[in-house]
Design a binder for this molecule. Structure first.
Ligand code: SAH
Length: 344
């Protein structure tokens, strides 16, 4: 099988072009055509010989859109993609003011096995390739261009779909490099966020190789016993070690770490939980994102009522940590956090 064009970052493409003695402008023109203009047809602006070379040696196909689910409530769109080996993954477009954030998947299934997450029930099938990650973005953009013309603006990229992105670091890093490339989609580094359950080997690589890409940590409980129940890898990589590691990574002036906290009824939603969390994070460059639990078929936990959610936030406010309650979008099509499962 031919390698995919969409697995190449800009330096990879330049190397191929130099080795094969094509005009050096070909790299810029191809990236512009496929990533800025998001065209999937043969690029008309390079020499016939360069075009023939790329068509013979590279695969330009994108993951096929199997099903599109459009929320009637809030215009969230969920895509089920079919990959070349028939595995499936989901991607979500989350609207804000006629613009979108895209929630990308990084793996088919996930190895983390968190007790509150629908994806975890699938187990890990395999890592996605860079081209399958880029393909989710390009196909979602193209769908917007043909179905919601004028709205094809995807301004934020979050690796919060299926999978643990830091457990598939190489492919995720290369996708970030293409997103960031001025010749590619040219997305600002502060607009990309990688969310992790706290996988320390991946955190090390993030801090050494792409530290300007934003990080979100799924914290979910400041207490070890509870966090062990929610996120089994906490036994191997305890929260204390994760936080100690993150704390010593130098951040840019405007850079924050986002701490995600799923609020689960009668489990981690008390004032005592909030206080312990506040103590843990006070004084850090932190944002807290409270995510009221999203139920899915067969889930064992429940969402707390609105009062409980607001009381929890009120405690955190006393610690002067900026806290946001993440609104529920797309839950009518099972597109909210933790509801992605592409087994069927
Ligand atoms: N593996 C990564 C990214 C995927 S999950 C991580 O763990 O961060 C993206 C976010 O959705 C995480 O914060 C995750 O904990 C949260 N999430 C998972 N299941 C959820 C559910 N049922 N309800 C609410 N949030 C959930």
């Amino acid at each position: 099988m031919k390698p995919s064009f969409y697995d190449l970052n800009y330096p990879d493409l330049e190397t191929i072009i130099n080795t094969n003695h094509f005009n050096s402008s070909v790299a810029r023109i191809l990236f512009n055509w496929h990533y800025k203009k998001k065209q999937n047809t043969a690029c008309p602006d390079i020499s016939k010989s360069a075009l023939a070379f790329f068509q013979q040696n590279f695969d330009f196909s994108l993951p096929e859109i199997d099903t599109v689910y459009e929320s009637e409530k809030d215009r969230t769109v969920k895509f089920l993609f079919k990959l070349q080996d028939n595995h499936k993954v989901e991607t979500v477009l989350i609207p804000f003011n006629n613009k979108y954030s895209i929630c990308l998947s990084s793996q088919v299934g996930c190895a983390m096995n968190c007790s509150f997450c629908f994806t975890g029930e699938q187990g890990l099938k395999r890592n996605l390739t860079t081209s399958e990650i880029m393909g989710q973005f390009l196909q979602a953009w193209r769908w917007l261009a043909s179905n919601r013309a004028g709205e094809e603006r995807i301004l934020n990229i979050v690796f919060m779909g299926q999978g643990e992105p830091l457990h598939n670091f190489d492919a995720v890093k290369k996708a970030c490099e293409i997103f960031l490339s001025q010749y590619g989609t040219s997305i600002g580094v502060q607009k990309i966020t990688i969310s992790t359950a706290g996988y320390i080997p991946g955190l090390k690589r993030w801090s050494e190789e792409i530290p300007r890409v934003n990080l979100a940590l799924s914290l979910h409980s400041p207490f070890a016993e509870k966090r062990n129940q929610l996120i089994p890898i906490n036994k191997k990589y305890p929260l204390e070690d994760v936080l100690t590691y993150i704390d010593q990574v130098p951040l840019n002036k405007k850079q924050f770490i986002t701490y995600e906290y799923i609020l689960i009824k009668d489990f981690n939603d008390s004032a005592n939980d909030a206080e312990k969390l506040g103590n843990l994070l006070a004084g850090k460059s932190a944002y807290i994102n409270i995510i009221p639990f999203n139920p899915y078929p067969g889930s064992r936990y429940q969402r707390p009522d609105l009062d409980t959610v607001e009381n929890f936030k009120a405690v955190l406010d006393t610690f002067k940590i900026p806290t946001l309650i993440r609104g529920v979008k797309g839950d009518d099509v099972l597109a909210a956090c933790g509801q992605l499962n592409s087994k069927n």
